[in-house]
Design a protein around this ligand. Structure first.
Ligand code: 9G3
Length: 568
């Protein structure tokens, strides 16, 4: 392609509202432009990268028996009303009316559409399992779009849906998808982890997120420093063998602790570690109140509380609720003597605290010498705390570390939530009507592009992996006014194209400095410069990643380029 013919509006300066590297570079290199908050145009170079990611996704989806279709972005409200989701998604669901005043959603995802399609077209177990996928634009009216393509309001997603007549068949498709996702993100050159995640509102049980490690990621991952264990911080199970201290239990005492409220203040006041303190939090769980007790140095994981109690809603009780239920303020809560209608549940670590300290449910007093089982009872001990860096990895191998991650993929076992709500049934081998068992699997295609830039850049610009680069070679004559350089450049351009090496030919009449700065910004793997040795048919080859420079005779160029690309 000739650069003078393409729209690649590069910027010298960093755009003010672009806070992260990928957002800055994609704008500066002329790969994309913003049309509105969270809404972008992919310009030619950016669109070529999108195409490459999509191609990799298609190959891997087809390889596991997925068939590509394309569903509408305009989704009739009736479908969303069948599952009830029309009512429980708020302003994030973009809605509109057509000329007849009929309501539609601009699709944020396609469970309802695909389930309505399959219920109409599939009725026998013989047609299952079925894996359908699409690569399509999604709309979600994010409250705070930011970080460019990482959190947009219109974005490109590959979303796949699978339909099964048995849980085993779903498991098989789920595992195939995990393998396909692993291939996709490996082929994109990404450093990622498949992470055990919480299914959140999607129902179903197993779910994995694919996280690209990056400091700008919004999710926190807990992963083992020696094994491949990795879990979203919300889900990471805690498996610790707490040792029981051999202290002998002392008597319970109520001690005046004027103005001491937080664990920090109380542990300092008594000059003990936070591990000796008990932290009690009152939660409103659906319609009842539950007191959660954890060790002073731990944090309550409300997702674990919600999953343990199979609750729809778990919220920290307000100060007023605390006052009315426990007759004390939040800083004085303790598990001793709470009203019997308040269930007390403790994290496993609490049962190993001997002679602990806890609030006395009245201001300016605390109990010391507290021993669970003697001074207060719990209905159960459970894993209710957030995992911490330094904890042993739950798989027994290595120690937990934290990292930030960008979610680029998410796979779910949906079960029959949608097929039951929408009566997507099939006749099993006994002629009995059964709801289809479903899975759904997403990849953020446009988000993946931004994640790649986040992982591969340097002070001069982007550094594309070969698999995703818009062009493999950037061909730059130093001086277009010198015929020998211009003619050799054009000969090389034709030669590379005829050998299916993708090349962007910078045929502009620009100063070399401008050309090289743009070239570094674009970040293609190889740059060929045609300069003063053109008359000897010698050119300079530069590798973008390492900066290594080689002189190459034009006759060897194709072989050298192919060798450099394969070992890049
Ligand atoms: C909505 C809105 C936002 C949403 C959803 C629905 C996320 C919604 C979850 C999923 C689950 C999977 C198939 C591909 C992979 C992800 N945000 N989710 O359902 F109405 Cl406004 O999309 N869907």
């Amino acid at each position: 392609m000739k650069q003078s013919k393409m729209l690649i509006p590069t910027l010298r300066d960093v755009p003010a509202d672009a806070e992260i590297k990928s957002h800055q570079l994609l704008l500066r290199a002329g790969f994309m432009r913003q049309n509105a908050s969270g809404v972008y145009s992919y310009l030619p170079l950016g669109k070529r990268v999108i195409n490459k990611v999509e191609q990799i996704v298609r190959e891997e989806m087809d390889a596991i028996g997925g068939s590509e279709l394309l569903m509408p972005a305009l989704q009739p409200a009736e479908l969303w009303q069948e599952t009830g989701r029309w009512y429980n998604f708020g302003s994030e669901l973009m809605r509109l009316r057509d000329r007849h005043d009929r309501e539609f959603a601009l699709g944020p995802t396609h469970e309802e559409v695909v389930t309505s399609l399959v219920r109409d077209e599939v009725s026998s177990y013989k047609k299952l399992p079925l894996i359908l996928y699409q690569i399509q634009t999604k709309f979600r009216d994010e409250a705070r779009p930011r970080f460019g393509l990482l959190r947009g309001r219109e974005f490109i997603m590959k979303d796949a849906y699978s339909f099964h007549s048995s849980p085993e068949s779903l498991d098989e498709a789920y595992q195939d998808m995990v393998r396909a996702y692993t291939n996709i993100f490996r082929r994109c050159g990404l450093n990622f982890r498949a992470v055990i995640a919480d299914s959140g509102a999607m129902g179903g049980k197993d779910t994995h997120e694919f996280m690209v490690l990056s400091d700008v990621g919004e999710d926190t991952i807990a992963f083992s420093d020696t094994s491949d264990f990795a879990a979203n911080i919300e889900m990471a199970p805690v498996v610790v063998d707490y040792e029981k201290s051999n202290e002998t239990p002392t008597t319970l005492e109520k001690v005046a602790t004027k103005d001491q409220k937080t664990i920090e203040e109380v542990s300092k006041f008594f000059n003990v570690s936070k591990e000796k303190c008990l932290k009690s939090l009152l939660f409103k769980v659906d319609e009842k109140y539950v007191l959660i007790v954890v060790r002073g140095d731990h944090e309550v994981n409300d997702i674990k509380v919600k999953n343990l109690l199979e609750a729809k809603m778990v919220e920290l009780a307000t100060a007023e609720e605390t006052l009315s239920i426990l007759d004390c303020e939040i800083g004085s809560i303790g598990p001793i003597g709470v009203p019997k209608e308040v269930e007390v549940i403790a994290d496993h670590a609490v049962q190993f605290v001997v002679n602990g300290i806890c609030g006395a449910n009245e201001p300016d007093f605390h109990y010391t010498g507290v021993n669970v089982g003697r001074d207060f009872m719990v209905s159960q001990f459970a894993d209710l705390r957030f995992i911490k860096a330094g904890d042993p990895s739950p798989d027994g191998q290595g120690t937990i570390q934290f990292a930030k991650g960008i979610e680029v993929g998410h796979v779910f076992k949906l079960g029959t939530f949608y097929s039951e709500a929408m009566k997507a049934t099939y006749l099993d081998e006994n002629g009995k009507s059964q709801p289809m068992i479903m899975g759904c699997y997403g990849i953020g295609v446009s988000r993946t592009v931004a994640a790649v830039v986040e992982q591969f850049n340097d002070e001069n610009g982007m550094v594309w992996p070969v698999a995703l680069t818009p062009f493999e070679v950037h061909l730059i004559p130093i001086n277009m006014k010198m015929d020998v350089q211009k003619e050799l450049a054009e000969e090389i351009y034709e030669h590379l194209n005829s050998h299916s090496i993708s090349v962007l030919y910078d045929d502009r009449n620009e100063r070399p400095g401008v050309k090289f700065a743009d070239s570094d910004l674009f970040g293609f793997p190889i740059r060929i410069t045609v300069g003063k040795k053109a008359e000897d048919r010698i050119v300079e080859l530069k590798l973008r990643k390492t900066g290594e420079v080689f002189e190459v005779s034009v006759n060897d160029l194709v072989d050298v380029i192919r060798e450099k690309l394969s070992s890049y």
